[in-house]
Each structure stands twice: as C-alpha cells, then as structure tokens.
Design a protein around this ligand. Structure first.
Ligand code: SF4
Ligand code: SF3
Length: 540
C-alpha cells in the first residue's frame, strides 16, 4: 500500500505497511481501486459528452465513493468491495451508452473477485504516476475533490445539489488520467478545484441554513444528565435530525461528539428536549471518551479511530459513507429514511454517561450572526480594541506538535480575536480567553465546511472597510490541517485570493519540493515555527 493523503502519514512521506490511522493494506488498496473506478466513469462521461443531469445515480455514487476514501471515514473492506462492484456496474451501463472506442483502461478494466481487485489496485494507486511533481499535483487535486464530494454529499442529503459541481468532478477526475497534461495545466486545475470548492461549501451552507436556520450564539452544555444516551459524531446534520426525531419522547438523550458540536448552534435543533449537549473533545479523543460515555455511538462520517476494545466496537454504528468492520451499518431506504431503532433499543439497556467535565462552550458565529454584530465588530476594530483576527480553522489530530495551537491561542495578545471552524477549535475552545467588549475572543463558525462562513465574513469586512484586496484586512490565517476536507478548504481560500496562509503542524507530505515552491512563491504559503516567533511575525 501507499497512502500519503493526511497530515499524520508515516514520517510525513507515506504509510506503506499499515496506516497510522489504522487503515489496513487491503482497505488502502481497495480504496485506490474505488478512486480508479470513479476516474473510469469520469472518462466515459467526458468522452461520451453525457448529459450529467440525466445520470443522477452515477453522480451520487461517485460522490459517495470519493467520500468513503477520506481519512478515517471507512475501514470496512467488504463495504468498499461492494462499492467497487456497484461502481463498475454503473460504469459498464454508461459505457453501453457511448460509442467511443478510445477509452482509458480505468473505463474498461475487468476484475472478478477480491484477489483480482487487489492485484489491479497495486498498479493503479498513487505511485503509478512516476513523475513526483505530476503525482503531487494529481493527488493535491484528488484530495481536494474528495473534500468537495463530501460537502456536496451532505448538501444532497439536505436536499440541494448543483450539476455544475458534478460536471467539474468528472472533468477533473478524467483529467487525472490524462498523461498529456503538464504541471502548469495541473496547477491551473488545482485553482479551478478551489473555485468549485467554494461552490460546494456555498451549496452546503445554503442547504443547512435553509433547512435548519442560521447558526446563532449558543451556549452548549459539556456536562451530562442522568438518562441513557446516544453519541452522534461526524458532520451529517440530516442524520442528526432523523436521530432526534426517532429518540424524542423515548427517554434517550442525544449528545454530540467532535464535529457534530456545531449542530447545537442551529435554531431547528433547539426544539428537541433530549438534545442534551456535547460530550468530550475532538475526534482522536474518542479512544478515551467512548468508554465512559457508556452508550452507543453513531458515526455519520469521519473521523473513526479503530476501537481497541471489543466492548466499544459493539456500541459503534455507522451510516452513509462511514464504515467499520464488525460494526452495524445503517442504510437509508429509497427515500433517504434511516431506521435507528436498533441504536435506540441498545441505548436503553446501557448506563447513562459518566461525567468527564462540566461547563459550557459558546459558538454559533457563522456569517449571519457575525453580520448581526457587524457594527460592534467594526467599532472595535476602528477604536483599536480589536487589533487582529486570527483564522485558526481546520482539523485537530493526535500529534504532540498540535499543542502549538493551544499555546498559540493562550499567548495571543488580548486585543485579538480567533475565528475558527472545524475540529481544530478543540485545542482552545475550553480555555478562558475572555471577550472584547462582549465579543468572545474565540468565534466558532461551525464545522470545517463553515470555513466558508469565515470567507464570507472576510469579504463583508472588505466591503465595509472599503479595501481593494482581502489581504489588506487585519485578518491572518494560521490553519491546522489533517484530512482532505481541509485540502478543499485551503484550495477554496487560495481561489478567493487569500495570501500568506500558515499551515501546520506540518506541510503536506504529498507536496513535492517543486509543488511546495509554487505554493510558496505564488501564495505565500508557509509552515509554522515556534509560537513566540509566529505571534511576533503575525502581529508585526
Ligand atoms: Fe496513512 Fe493518513 Fe493514509 Fe491513514 S489516511 S494510511 S494515516 S496517510
Ligand atoms: Fe475534524 Fe476529522 Fe478534519 Fe471536519 S472530524 S475537521 S479531522
């Protein structure tokens, strides 16, 4: 196997024996083949000039397939094999519609069983591209597409889609098979990926806010109550809605974990009395937190950490693109309805959660809530009460080096405000950082996709302050990344013209020295240093 798609990749060069994330060789290879199958479909769609609006099942399955391969989303080799079989059947149906002999191997290869899949996978993975710069750009684009697909998939679940996004996905996936494209062509495609990343995040924002209202300032309890409970993790709000509908009045409480925390900020979910609060911290803390939670856990997406204890595995359920071998997977019916009764019944037999902390977290600062505070914010900037905004969005992760972000937040001068989104916030969202004239010093917009909100806020401030360039605003970017959704967020910010983004705790292992140089020279991308040096640099 070879995988270097996330920030924790072995030695920052690539996982080759087993993933640091726990991904086994077989799963890694099947994921490679799943991606290759999607590229084959894209090849047919583009060559056959197919009407994308007329192939909705294919569109949806391509998105789901890309999502399945995101770090920590799906460890279930049987589920991935099943998805490959489904994609190849769809591919072959499409092929029958086009009259084109000039198709790529990805569109025509045949596999018959697991062994032949693994054999094929070993020649079509990341390392099949020999030139390290082309490989680096192809993978940068692929990871951006995975993130884009994840966001478009959530939007679809919430009832919104945009065929132009699918059209781009096919165009880009097909381009990744084209050996005639130069590094410059791929750099251009990388920026285009960022453009469609903005579209996907805008679509998801619209889907979420039209269905659940605009996030508003909310205080979320982090202690526990005394009822049997279910913990819901991941990013899918429509799964949460169904779970709350099915648990209301049942005596079973629902708590969020990690990236599901921001669901509390939406007005819609406040009507559920059993929506109790948030339990624990970011995704990787699950190894310590699922034990004392005592109840079942529902993963709607990444990030799953392979549980060490059998007892915890038995309490894990997955749905959507998520999967874990030996855990129960809940499929939607043809109308998107999911039956969570098994989880609810299990919850009723288990003890209530053990308290691991008490207090509250405040969030809900997505674009509309910040616009409502705009006068206050603008006055604070004009009076000098707020000197700078620090966008510290992105992911959290296990590495010790991420202590940097806690220390950074603690040491920032008191006249600065942190704008955050994604699970990166858990490095500092429980610190007593105070407020500036009633404006909290940590403004949490929501999940990683809500980084879109931060961009919308920046564009609004650009308008209010009448500056020509977004980079003239007193906003700096110190972003933490881990998986591929952060890659699309980064590409989206680059597309929007944001310069000098600092990215940590390490620069992606998949950037070749030349590709890294392009990002440094054209966009001022930089890594992180020591907290003191970086704060001095940012404040100057
Ligand atoms: Fe390694 Fe990350 Fe790939 Fe897992 S997702 S195999 S940790 S690079
Ligand atoms: Fe976190 Fe996995 Fe990226 Fe959605 S939940 S930000 S890491």
């Amino acid at each position: 196997m070879f995988c270097y798609q996330c920030q924790e990749t072995a030695k920052n060069t690539g996982c080759t024996i087993q993933g640091v994330c726990g991904k086994k060789e077989e799963v890694a290879k099947l994921q490679d083949l799943l991606i290759y199958s999607c590229k084959g479909i894209a090849n047919i769609v583009i060559k056959g000039n197919l009407d994308i609006a007329a192939i909705s099942e294919v569109n949806h399955e391509v998105m789901k397939s890309l999502f399945i391969t995101i770090t920590n989303a799906n460890f279930d080799e049987d589920a991935i094999e099943k998805q490959i079989i489904k994609m190849l059947a769809l591919r072959d149906e499409l092929k029958a519609k086009v009259n084109n002999a000039d198709l790529h191997d990805a569109a025509v290869f045949i596999v018959s069983d697991r062994d032949s899949m693994l054999k094929k996978a070993s020649v079509v993975g990341v390392l099949a591209t020999e030139n390290e710069d082309i490989r680096s750009l192809r993978e940068l684009i692929t990871y951006g597409l995975k993130g884009m697909a994840a966001y478009a998939h959530h939007a679809l679940n919430a009832g919104k889609e945009n065929v132009d996004i699918y059209g781009f996905l096919y165009k880009a996936l097909a381009a990744l098979l084209n050996d005639a494209l130069s590094a410059d062509d791929l750099v251009a495609l990388t920026l285009k990926t960022g453009e469609f990343g903005v579209s996907a995040m805008a679509l998801l924002d619209e889907a979420n806010t039209s269905k659940y209202g605009n996030p508003e300032i909310t205080t979320v309890d982090i202690g526990v109550r005394n009822n049997p409970s279910i913990l819901i993790s991941g990013h899918d709000l429509t799964d949460l809605e169904q779970l709350l509908e099915q648990t209301k009045g049942s005596g079973v409480d629902v708590y969020t974990h990690s990236e599901m925390l921001p669901a509390h900020y939406y007005p819609f979910f406040k009507k559920y009395d059993n929506f109790a609060g948030n339990y624990g911290g970011s995704w990787w803390r699950q190894v310590d937190e699922f034990g004392p939670f005592n109840g079942p856990i529902l993963f709607t997406t990444n990030c799953i950490v392979p549980p060490r204890k059998e007892e915890i595995r038995d309490r894990i359920f997955t749905t959507g693109a998520a999967g874990y071998p030996g855990s129960q997977h809940i499929e939607a019916d043809a109308n998107g309805k999911k039956d969570f009764s098994k989880i609810i019944e299990l919850a009723k037999t288990l003890p209530s959660p053990t308290e691991i902390e008490t207090g509250t977290i405040t969030g809900g600062f997505a674009h509309e809530q910040v616009f409502a505070l705009a006068d206050k914010v603008v006055d604070a900037v004009k009076s000098g009460a707020i000197k700078k905004f620090f966008v510290m969005a992105g992911c959290d992760g296990r590495m010790k080096s991420r202590d940097y972000y806690t220390e950074f937040a603690e040491k920032l001068p008191k006249d600065t405000v942190i704008l955050t989104a994604g699970c990166a916030k858990y490095r500092y969202n429980k610190l007593p950082l105070g407020d500036i004239g009633g404006i909290p010093r940590v403004l949490d917009a929501g999940q990683c996709n809500d980084s879109y909100s931060l961009a919308v806020i920046a564009l609004k401030l650009k308008e209010i302050f009448g500056v020509d360039d977004i980079n003239e605003l007193p906003i700096v970017y110190n972003i933490a990344w881990y998986e591929q959704k952060a890659v699309i967020v980064l590409l989206a910010l680059l597309y929007l013209g944001v310069k000098n983004i600092h990215l940590g705790p390490t620069l992606p292992g998949f950037l070749s020295p030349n590709v890294a140089k392009v990002l440094v020279d054209n966009f001022g991308i930089a890594g992180i240093g020591t907290v003191d040096d970086d704060i001095k640099f940012f404040m100057s």
